[in-house]
Design a protein around this ligand. Sequence first.
Ligand code: PLP
Length: 380
Amino acid sequence: DISYIIRVCKVKVFISKSKEVFYMLKARNELATLKPYVPGKPIEDVMREFGLTEVIKLASNENPLGCSPVAKEAIIKHLDNLNLYPDGNCTSLKEKIAKLYSVSPSEVSLSSGSDEMCDLLSKTFLDHGDEVIMADITFPRYISTAVMMGAVPVIVPLKDFTFDIKGMADKVTDKTKLIWICNPNNPTGTMVPTSEIIELLDSVSEDVLVVLDEAYREFVTRDDYMMDSENLLSKYPNLVIMRTFSKAYGLAALRVGYILAASSIVTEIDKIRGPFNVNSLAQVAAYAALDDQDFIKKSYDVNKEGKEYIYKEFDAMNVPYAKSETNHIFFGVEKDAFSIFDALQRAGVIVRPMGAKHLRVSIGTMEQNKRFIELIKDML
Ligand SMILES: *Cc1c(COP(=O)(O)O)cnc(C)c1O
């Protein structure tokens, strides 16, 4: 009796290959308004869909140079150990990061990409009804993880595509628990000087967690950006600095990110994170990659050159864009952004539409940038 099985076991039951019966088990109320994250389209999907053999992906801010060769070597050396569980504490990597940034290993927490860290921070600190301050156009994981916990997102619009830090400070109430600052910001590429963040830290109580997402720090060219923001941790115990190996380090596939934060924060996260949340290939690759700062320098140079080339071309076409301190450029179009996205895709270049009038393009190799410009010139 299928209906009996469904009722008792609360499972999805397959009657045959063509007929599927679902038992709709009600999920937590908080999930009702959430939708799955939509990532940049994979190259294989676009090839299949449009019958293309060559596709350039400038949609997910990936490193067009790949990753450091020393990271690859480290992975190959580790391939004989796939039967073993990873070091759940990431001891070696943690110690290396701690040493590099002059913090204690107890002030470092690793995660499966900083994506997972958004999730872990929200699960660790957000109670139902807590307010979480964030920008309107920023990394989408901040809002989804807040909603997931039944917290209340407080959205502060960007000003000139840039974080309005004073506007955010004005929204702090006694219910505020967390403030997300993406600096520089994805998708607009803009940054705020660290001095503004220090003012915010001075104005909020220590009960408010301020998370500084520095996913793109390695690409910043301006000198009013504090590269060693970890030095603020001793003065502001409510500051969390979040970084990743996915962008400049080119290890997005491996999923490894981390925070630098007070050890009491790390201890709370340790209670709920998966015991082996960072796999061992990711650990050895990230460890090795930290030694290859030449690769980071090269990535920075290629990115800077590509950025200036795209600016020059956009200027010549009168395409409006936000000045970027990242590896992507947010630009405006008069036509419908989705139809431009679609046309580019058919021609083998994947970008990211951002609402009806904007798109985001990741900076690629010079050859990829030229292809993108060539196509968009025709379309606009
Ligand atoms: C890409 C990105 C991340 C996530 O990176 P992971 O691959 O999960 O480490 C975090 N924050 C911002 C702003 C990003 O753009």
